[in-house]
Design a protein around this ligand. Structure first.
Ligand code: 6GU
Length: 225
């Protein structure tokens, strides 16, 4: 998969893809991420990419021209499956959307800033609008990092143990069960006996039961069984 990201703050995206699973995905050539600075398509020598909003009101709006030129220029090199705008009024990101996007070949992510981007860009270029939750971030960069991470780890071959994503929280509308590691007794706090039993059937049953209980208690909205 190839992901291009268009931003006015490329520095903010320097580190997130250089560690752990997303780093490994790139090393295995299963994922490439390119970051493009929107200022390369600025309307003047001052690097201007935003302007005051029509109708008045506080806050700047990202202009059509730099965005349209950037999107058209990047689209010449690549046929994007989706051009995604990260915005708090987009569709709420969830595991189902991540699963769907992980099967795409080419994505372009647009990070907004200030009051957002001119509506005409949304109408004419953007194919999908995604929010990462009901709160406001200063810009789309951190949301883009979240989206790349959640998609990247789902690309086939990225996770070492192919089955491990299957047991992630949300993958089957269930939260993951509790996990434990050594020591078996920490300050008198014991690991549940069943996990020490060596009985894999019993352990699987216990994990499912814990998942169901945890989901019912914490997130009854995601599973109605
Ligand atoms: Cl995608 N962008 C911004 N600026 N804020 C957000 C968001 C996105 N998702 C939740 N809050």
């Amino acid at each position: 998969m190839h992901i291009d990201i268009l931003t006015v703050l490329p520095e903010l995206l320097e580190s997130p893809f250089q560690h752990s699973i997303i780093k490994r995905a790139q090393e295995k050539n299963l994922l490439t991420v390119n970051i493009y600075h929107l200022r390369n398509w600025a309307v003047n020598e001052y690097g201007q990419v935003d302007d005051y909003q029509y109708g008045g009101g506080a806050g700047m709006v990202m202009m059509c021209e730099p965005l349209a030129n950037a999107i058209e220029s990047l689209s010449k090199g690549r046929k994007y499956d989706e051009i995604i705008y990260l915005t708090p009024d987009g569709e709420s990101l969830n595991q189902k959307i991540a699963n769907t996007l992980s099967l795409k070949e080419n994505l372009l992510l647009i990070c907004g800033h200030y009051k957002g981007i001119d509506e005409r860009i949304r109408e004419h270029y953007i194919t999908k609008e995604i929010s990462i939750g009901d709160y406001v971030l200063s810009g789309g960069e951190l949301a883009a990092a979240v989206l790349v991470d959640t998609i990247g780890r789902l690309i086939p071959g990225v996770l070492n143990d192919e089955t491990s994503a299957l047991f992630d929280s949300f993958q089957d509308n269930l939260l993951a069960p509790p996990v434990y590691t050594r020591p078996e007794d920490f300050r008198g706090w014991k690991v549940p006996d069943v996990l020490m039993s060596g009985d894999h059937k019993k352990i699987d049953d216990w994990r499912l039961e814990q998942s169901l209980k945890r989901t019912k208690d914490r997130r009854p909205d995601i599973n109605n069984e």
